[in-house]
Design a protein around this ligand. Structure first.
Ligand code: ASP
Ligand code: MG
Length: 402
């Protein structure tokens, strides 16, 4: 079998963990499997590099930032290969350039377009374990790009697709995907299985286990993903198309505190206003999530929306510059909000799920700011302060604990 195994930063944080991972992969190699590993930078190295950059320049050129951030992964793959050498196992480390992982142009959030597999196959045929840098690629200028924070998951899934791997395992510091973040909800339960759709929503909504684009890719190429711990042998969670119905309405509750609500007040109530506003934001590469438009009154209307908190400054500056052009009266910014979502394929065929969530928030005296829904998801925007209480109350109300 051809196995792709991705290890996150905590799994390769120090010498002991590097050897622990190496020994684990060595077993698969010795059992006759072809092993391709994808690694993140050691521990918090990417944050350390980011701080170094910010220390020199508040807003460093994006090209140079990618040049810097990509070094983290290069360190971990080289060290891993050295560990294999000392264990007497043949291996080779490869960076994005050596593999040839082609991405789009944009620095900082490039997308993988095509992966050349020749070199990897060649090394596998020579009975080597292949260790590839996660998170990075090269663009058409032969410059280094990065895929966005947490992007190594996406590298792994894209590689699994390109290599037609039999399995793609994501090793991490938790034992799998939980019904809620165990740090917030002590009673959270590990899920055996979850669908791509549910996982995609959970990942996007801040579950923090997987990079959301990795789930998108896995769904597109129908690659079953296994999320499991690198520290023990426990089974983990399988993400795949159809899962056994566990009799649950919802699979999990996710919270995302990294969100800002922006309200643009007193916009003219005529066609094209929303287009103008959101086109401008899209061109600045800011992802808009929830959108709410008030009913027009006296020829004006308000539009509220949420964006990632990190983009607040850019987005506000952008709108303020265009206030006149948009004919808006004022803009209101609130960073003290959080999104709380419930996700579950089971709600497609069960009425009353949203009502149950709202009732539970009402019982907890938590006010809802905005609401958005999809077939398998209900999201509310609430005060950030209420996040923990909301998540626990919802987790209880839906009986998600063991
Ligand atoms: N090292 C990168 C990060 O910290 C990529 C990853 O870990 O997936 O975001
Ligand atoms: Mg990660």
């Amino acid at each position: 079998m051809l196995l792709v195994k991705k290890f996150g930063g905590t799994s390769v944080a120090d010498k002991e963990r590097i050897f622990n991972v190496a020994r684990r992969c060595m077993k698969d190699y010795q059992a006759g499997h072809k092993v391709v590993m994808v690694l993140s930078a050691m521990g918090k190295q990417t944050d350390v590099l980011l701080d170094m950059a910010k220390d020199i320049n508040d807003s460093p050129p994006k090209r140079e930032l990618d040049m810097l951030l990509s070094t983290g992964e290069q360190v971990s793959v080289a060290l891993m290969s050295m560990a294999f050498a000392s264990l007497g196992i043949p291996s080779v480390s490869l960076n994005a350039f050596q593999v040839a992982m082609h991405t789009t142009r944009v620095y900082g959030s490039a997308r993988l377009k095509r992966i050349d597999t020749e070199r990897i196959h060649h090394e596998l045929d020579n009975h080597k374990i292949v260790i590839v840098t996660g998170f990075q690629g090269i663009n058409k200028y032969d410059d280094v790009t990065t895929l966005g924070r947490g992007g190594s998951d996406t590298t792994a899934v894209a590689l699994a697709a390109a290599l037609h791997a039999d399995q793609c395992e994501i090793f991490t510091d938790v034992e799998g995907v939980y019904t809620a973040d165990p740090r917030i909800v002590p009673k959270a339960r590990k899920l055996k299985e979850i669908t791509y759709g549910e996982m995609l929503d959970l990942a996007t909504l801040g579950a923090g286990v997987l990079h959301n684009r990795s789930v998108e890719l896995a769904k597109k190429y129908n690659i079953p993903l296994i999320v499991r711990s690198s520290l023990n042998e426990s089974e983990g969670t399988i993400i795949k198309e159809v899962t056994k119905v566990e009799g649950m309405l919802i699979s999990g509750v996710a919270a995302d505190r990294n969100t800002t609500r922006i309200s643009v007040i007193g916009l003219e109530d005529r066609p094209g206003v929303a287009f103008k506003l959101f086109d401008m934001i899209a061109k600045a590469n800011v992802n808009v999530d929830m959108i709410l438009q008030s009913i027009g009154r006296d020829g004006t209307k308000d539009i509220s929306f949420t964006i990632p908190e990190d983009d607040t400054k850019d987005c506000v500056e952008l709108i303020e510059k265009k206030m006149e052009n948009l004919r808006a009266h004022k803009i209101d910014v609130n960073e003290g909000v959080a999104k709380v979502s419930i996700v579950g394929a089971g709600m497609m065929s069960a009425p009353g799920v949203a009502a149950k969530m709202f009732e539970c928030l009402y019982n907890a005296d938590i006010n809802i700011n905005m609401i958005s829904t999809s077939e398998i998801r209900v999201t509310v925007l609430i005060r950030e302060k209420d996040t923990e209480r909301a998540v626990n109350a919802i987790h209880d109300a839906f009986g998600l604990e063991d």
